[in-house]
Design a protein around this ligand. Structure first.
Ligand SMILES: CC(C)(COP(=O)(O)OP(=O)(O)OC[C@H]1O[C@@H](n2cnc3c(N)ncnc32)[C@H](O)[C@@H]1OP(=O)(O)O)[C@@H](O)C(=O)NCCC(=O)NCCSC(=O)C[C@H](O)C(=O)O
Ligand SMILES: [Mg+2]
Length: 291
């Protein structure tokens, strides 16, 4: 597995690029990654100032282990080109582009990042959040190696499909999440679940985060500091999971040594593929511990 895939992204916190207090506060929040937003969370008049603010935040070097992404305004908006140029110069870990609608747009964005002088370490992250994008998710995810992370935008999915936000998420949202997840996995990319809007409802947040983990998401995008710790707990392997993975690998290795390709551990069948998943869990645990 590559370093990019293994980097912990259990908790990925958005913050409005115009909000100096939030940018300052984020230096002490235990999120794996921060998305400094220039899109939805920033009013049109505040965008130029927010752009300067987030670029200064990125170049400050004051965010420690946290992976930093700048979310620029989408292709075709009046701010997109200036955002992309400034972000490329600041050189965050990633530039996140909302509402990416085709593989051709991914290639266009990669070219634009190169032309703007983005350092090699700056990856492209793309939001899949429109019906047209979801229907081409596989092509988008596989379009270029510089695209490493797919980010779900479930507010836009609900908006564009005229659906409703309901506990457990409506079937169209679940279908969208499934399609994007399959596309990301087919292309070997990381995928992050969408945000949970009801900031005061931590029980609801926990249920939605667990649903995302069960589906296979690598982590969840967040909008409030109170969501960080629960996301880290849900998406990080627990001590029990780590012990279970180690014991399962040992049981399988013992069986293999005497020529068996399958064994039962704790009453359940274990084959090579289960061992690979256990190794992935241990590698994620090590990456979290090493931070
Ligand atoms: C949702 C909020 C507007 C709530 O704000 P507020 O009521 O002010 O929160 P609190 O008073 O509880 O804040 C407590 C302290 O925490 C700091 N804070 C709050 N949010 C953040 C944050 N995101 N990052 C860092 N710090 C944060 C406050 O400054 C307070 O600090 P202190 O002064 O020391 O007490 C607000 O949380 C918020 O703006 N959240 C982010 C909103 C956002 O970025 N939205 C855009 C991304 S979501 C999206 O677009 C999804 C996608 O595209 C889709 O389609 O789904
Ligand atoms: Mg959106």
């Amino acid at each position: 597995m590559t370093d990019t895939l293994l980097r912990p992204r259990r908790s990925v916190l958005y913050m409005p690029g115009a909000n100096e207090r939030a940018l300052e506060k984020a230096k002490g929040i235990d999120a794996d990654a921060l998305i400094l937003d220039l899109e939805d969370a920033v009013a049109p008049d505040a965008k130029p100032e927010a752009r300067e603010r987030v670029c200064a935040a990125v170049t400050s070097g004051e965010y420690g282990h946290r992976e930093l992404a700048i979310r620029v305004n989408g292709i075709g908006t009046e701010w997109h080109e200036a955002d992309l140029a400034a972000a490329a110069q600041a050189g965050p870990d990633a530039v996140l582009v909302p509402k990416v609608n085709s593989a051709a747009e991914v290639l266009q964005l990669v070219t634009a990042l190169e032309k703007a002088g983005a350092p090699e370490k700056t990856a492209l992250w793309a939001m899949v959040e429109t019906p047209v994008a979801l229907l081409q998710a596989a092509e988008i995810a596989a379009a270029h190696d510089r695209l490493t992370v797919i980010v779900m935008g479930t507010n836009d999915v609900v908006n564009e499909t005229y659906g409703l936000h309901v506990p457990g998420r409506n079937p169209v949202v679940l279908t969208s999440l499934s399609i994007a997840l399959l596309a990301a996995r087919a292309a070997g990319k990381v995928i992050l679940d969408g945000v949970y809007n009801d900031v005061k409802n931590l029980e609801g947040f926990d249920a939605e985060a667990r649903q995302g983990r069960e589906m296979g998401f690598d982590g969840k995008t967040l909008i409030h500091p109170s969501q960080v710790e629960p996301a880290n707990a849900v998406f990080g392997p627990s001590d029990d999971e780590v012990e279970h993975a180690k014991a399962m690998i040992s049981a399988f290795e013992e069986a293999k040594a005497v020529g068996q390709g399958v064994v039962t551990y704790n009453g359940r069948m274990v084959e090579e593929l289960h061992v690979r998943d256990a190794q992935r869990i241990l590698a994620l645990h090590e990456a979290i511990t090493a931070r």
